[in-house]
Write a protein that binds this ligand. Sequence first.
Ligand code: GTP
Ligand code: SPV
Ligand code: MN
Length: 602
Amino acid sequence: MKTDVSSLTESTDHKILLRIDNQHVRQWLADVIKLCQPDKIVLCDGSEREKDQLLARGVEDGTFIRLNAKKLPGCYLHRSNPNDVARMEQCTYICTPTKTMAGPTNNWMESREGYQKLSALFNGCMRGRTMYVLPFVMGPIGAPLAKVGVQVTDSIYVAVSMGIMTRMGRVALEALGDSNEFTRCLHSVAECNPDKRYICHFPLDNTVWSVGSGYGGNALLGKKCLALRIASYLGYQQGWMAEHMLISGVREPSGRKNYIAAAFPSACGKTNFAMLIPPESYKLAGWQITTIGDDIAWLWVDEKTGKLRAINPEAGYFGVLPGTNWQTNANAMHTMAHDTLYTNVALLPDGDVWWEGKTDTLPAHALDWTGKPWTPDSPHKAAHPNSRFTAPMANNPVLDPAANDPDGVPVTAIVFGGRRTTTIPVVYQAFNWSYGVYAGATLGSETTAAAAGKVGVVRRDPMAMLPFIGYNIADYFTHWFRMHRRMTDCPPIFHVNWFRKNQHGVYVWPGYGENIRIVEWIIKRAHGEAYGIESLLGWMPRLGDINLEGLKINPAEFAAVQQVDKELLRAELLAADELFLKLGGDLPKEMIFLRELMVSQL
Ligand code: GTP
Ligand code: SPV
Ligand code: MN
């Protein structure tokens, strides 16, 4: 079927604005139209028909390549500009009147300077282009915490992606009504020049301006920009939290349902945890994992029960492809089997796609992620290490029934985790909330391809939020400590590490679906039904408390990866000091006390 591309309702003048009842949105759009001077404007309604039209237009202008319709119905390949393949933290700014508000870990620009600098780049940037207007909701419709945004963009790829990742279109304008409370998201790929790339957040104005990138977290402004940076600031002010966390449902054989909220840094296993497939023995016993979200959680304290509850603000997944296959994550493979965008993967001669780790055997021929011929002898990878899929959560075979529930789900346990080759055990439980906040705040992880820069260096990534805290990190820590007081029944906090290696450089813990064995201990601990022995870091399972039946790893090997070396731990404490020094006198007192306690125990 050939979709009529010209049938997209486009307007060459401001008449399109008359179709928007909300005068605040109308006024803002009039301003950005004047600034960007687009040739044409499309107001997106979020319908299936419109999506087809956008895709057809994208195929025509080279944004998308239609993939094999038998193997991958409704799927398209997008190749980004090779200079634009990951989040760019060095181009990401928090714009506030004072530097103190942004704190020591964020790039800062004075607000007026930010607007001025970016206005010059937005000025006339959409001449000869079409402006897509995308009203969207973050959060289940009707959720008290749900937030409306309106993104303006000149990228068809962004328009289609936002349609998958958010609840986009008419529904958002309906949710907004005549309120002025919406995040103003202005975006242009402009020249896609890394030297003129800025992702600027104005938390005081509920505004995001992003220019010069069309990729992921830089460009889909509902995701990291709104749902984490802006939302974390709102949460700080209003007493709730926006976190870089997956939310997964865990059903035990008894039928008891639990929800885990887990924060891992970018490309450290959130999507995999959220879609975890238990091994056969666990499935047979009745264990089941379902997905609420795979990247972001908004958490608040339910006043009636005093318990923490959570929603996933997103409606789709922007997931890592390398390493994803039918063995490691069959649920993700099902999810991306149709109606999915593939970004920066290799294209096979039959219109299928491939990435490193998809299959054991390499394809004989392919076009690499830049479109050049590739064979297994080529010196570089076929897919980009940060290649990703964009798929609607409705495709997920294990979507939790509560994924769209505006009331969210109660949180049984909080988990922090990093990618650590050494030092950090597979699992421990923090002694209490404060210790848990300390564990999260000092979280270390090896850097990955999800952000531009060197890969594999350990850096402090507090709560996996280092690149996403929209205000001063000292206030963020204080906020975490204070949240405790709002709860009468607070979830226990755990720390996990799936990535510890032996002296041969091999992962010792099998990971992926087998992680349920650790989840089992976590859930039982949360209900006071499992043993823990005291260690320097917190409560640890005894040998035998983790079910290793049917695994290659023997108890001695497991003991080895659970082992905490005093010398390494001392080095770990010193590494955390690097971050603490940055915070100086603003470091919350609780943190100083806990550090002293740890040092004295060592
Ligand atoms: P973002 O989308 O960047 O926030 O990443 P994420 O945290 O969702 O990470 P994801 O689940 O996509 O995993 C990233 C990479 O880690 C992939 O290559 C996975 O195959 C790999 N990975 C995930 N879980 C495990 C695990 O338990 N063990 C090992 N060894 N690798 C894992
Ligand atoms: C991450 O980097 O944590 C991601 C991908 O989830 S992006 O949307 O680019 O931020
Ligand atoms: Mn992420």
